[in-house]
Design a protein around this ligand. Sequence first.
Ligand SMILES: NC(=O)c1ccc[n+]([C@@H]2O[C@H](COP(=O)([O-])OP(=O)(O)OC[C@H]3O[C@@H](n4cnc5c(N)ncnc54)[C@H](OP(=O)(O)O)[C@@H]3O)[C@@H](O)[C@H]2O)c1
Length: 273
Amino acid sequence: MKTQFVLPLIGFGTYKATETDGKANILRALEAGYRYLDTAAFYFNEEEIGQAVKESGIAREELFIASKVWLTELGFEKTLKSCEESLKKLGTDYLDLFLVHWPRADQNSEWKEPLIQTWKAMEQLCEEGKVKAIGVSNFLPHHLEVIKPIWKIKPAVDQLELHVGYMQETACRYCRENGILLQAWSPLGRGRVMNEPIITEMAAKYNVSPAKLLLQFLVQQNISVIPKASSLERMKENLDISSFEIAESDMYFLSCLPQMGWSGEHPDFVFLQ
Ligand SMILES: NC(=O)c1ccc[n+]([C@@H]2O[C@H](COP(=O)([O-])OP(=O)(O)OC[C@H]3O[C@@H](n4cnc5c(N)ncnc54)[C@H](OP(=O)(O)O)[C@@H]3O)[C@@H](O)[C@H]2O)c1
């Protein structure tokens, strides 16, 4: 019998996480207590992550490793190949989660058929046991609707840009209605939200840091978070989730703020940046 997929509520985000001191930062995250590492072919750090995991001596089954197929590799064969390359670089024979990083390669080419072929490859990887679970990232309802008629395995997760000031309500509602778990990338707004007076004031009210307030806001809605950090202190601080509760009225307040901190990245206009 297949065991039910469980998405950890917190993981370590590795985009640009190895730029300054390479695998040492991943080893630091493992030392801080993270067991979930979120990477992607596009982060070009899978080899360093694989080395850090090996050096840490932590058993593979204690770890949760996720990677993603990049948007230039959409399509059946390219997706299979991308997964093989990720496995090789990470030095593992399976991924706990494999995501389609973005739903389309650009805003001009025909994207629906490549996406359908990509999803068929994702399902094959799952059936072969190379990945334990499959999901998507940056998929809005109209992207999910393209694969829905053909999916035999539905996406377990949609990893979206989600943080105070950018909660993509329609996409979240669609995922919840379809039993797709939500995960927030840039849960701290990559530093763009933390210094807003509205956030620093509320954080002070709860006697926590702005980072903790922002993470708790998501976790309290059962949204998994993958913050990236560089110091042991910040890593530990972010890992210590649910040490307080945000009152319902403040949750409403934070949910209804005008847009702020958006990265500017959009799945249908990703190349406009
Ligand atoms: N699927 C996608 O398309 C996609 C896109 C973007 C990101 N992601 C994933 O999501 C992860 C997280 O997103 P992100 O890296 O963009 O942004 P983020 O986690 O929202 O923010 C990271 C920034 O916040 C700072 N920070 C972390 N903890 C802090 C704390 N406790 N106090 C103060 N500052 C703190 C970090 O600084 P220091 O590093 O200097 O500590 C860094 O500058 C990525 O690493 C990646 O795995 C996915």
